[in-house]
Design a binder for this molecule. Structure first.
Ligand code: MN
Length: 244
């Protein structure tokens, strides 16, 4: 049985063309031989609405990524996508173009015979109270409706302001606050009665072993693609982190 592959935190944007090319190559080569591809959030550095896919003034990268995923899916590799904190506005039109099945966060999927808990990871960072407050607003129907109703140039401007502010706030925060909270990890595994969790977001690729209610569990954290990139591969022999 071929392996199922997991990626997240690619943060694709027009500013970093080398990473985009590496991703296209990954889709053509490694992913084309996979059982399935899961993208667990933050595929894009930002996403301000699916209408960018058709906008002539928008960066063509969004369309290229959707089409490259679509080619993989049409080639017989099922593609699933979960929202991250950067690209939570990815919607139906993107999923149609890319052939991706939109996953809820959290999602439970059968991966190589093991029921596995999948998350982006930001909801586990419960010590970051400012972020959790902002997340609640940004994930509300009202905020999204209002934001998406704005013309694209206005959305781009609003995004720029948000990013500047986020840079300041994140720079001033101690690193521990932006990692997952152990209690939240335990709670997630306990609630779903599962022993394997895969998530991204923290950019701290690793395997963590832990015990929840007497059961041995493992938490796999995906790598980001800022400098190197990589993926998690799961087959009958178990999970394995691969970096480029
Ligand atoms: Mn993230």
């Amino acid at each position: 049985m071929p392996a199922t592959l997991f990626v997240s935190d690619l943060h694709l944007s027009g500013d970093r063309p080398a990473i985009s090319e590496r991703f296209f190559e990954f889709l053509r080569e490694r992913a084309s031989r996979a059982a399935a591809l899961y993208v667990l959030g933050d595929l894009f550095e930002y996403w301000i609405g699916d209408d960018e896919l058709e906008d002539q003034t928008a960066d063509p990268l969004a369309r290229r990524v959707a089409q490259a995923l679509g080619a993989l899916a049409r080639g017989g590799v099922p593609v699933a996508f979960m929202h991250g904190n950067r690209d939570f506005l990815v919607g139906e039109r993107f999923c149609e173009t890319s052939g991706a099945r939109l996953l809820a966060d959290p999602a439970v999927e059968n991966i190589a015979g093991t029921r596995t808990l999948l998350m982006h990871g930001d909801t586990l960072c419960t010590d970051d109270h400012d972020y959790q407050a902002w997340r609640k607003v940004a994930r509300s129907r009202e905020w999204q409706r209002e934001f998406l109703a704005k013309p694209l140039p206005e959305r781009r401007k609003a995004l720029q302001a948000l990013r500047e502010k986020s840079k300041e706030v994140v720079g001033a925060k101690p690193a521990e606050i932006m990692d997952v909270n152990d209690g939240a990890v335990h709670e997630a595994l306990r609630e779903h009665r599962l022993t394997r969790l895969v998530h991204g977001h923290t950019h701290r690729p690793a395997r963590h072993a832990l015990e929840v209610d007497g059961r041995l569990c493992e938490r796999w954290v995906l790598p980001d693609w800022y400098e190197r990139g990589g993926y998690l591969s799961i087959d009958d022999a178990g999970p394995r982190l691969v970096s480029f």
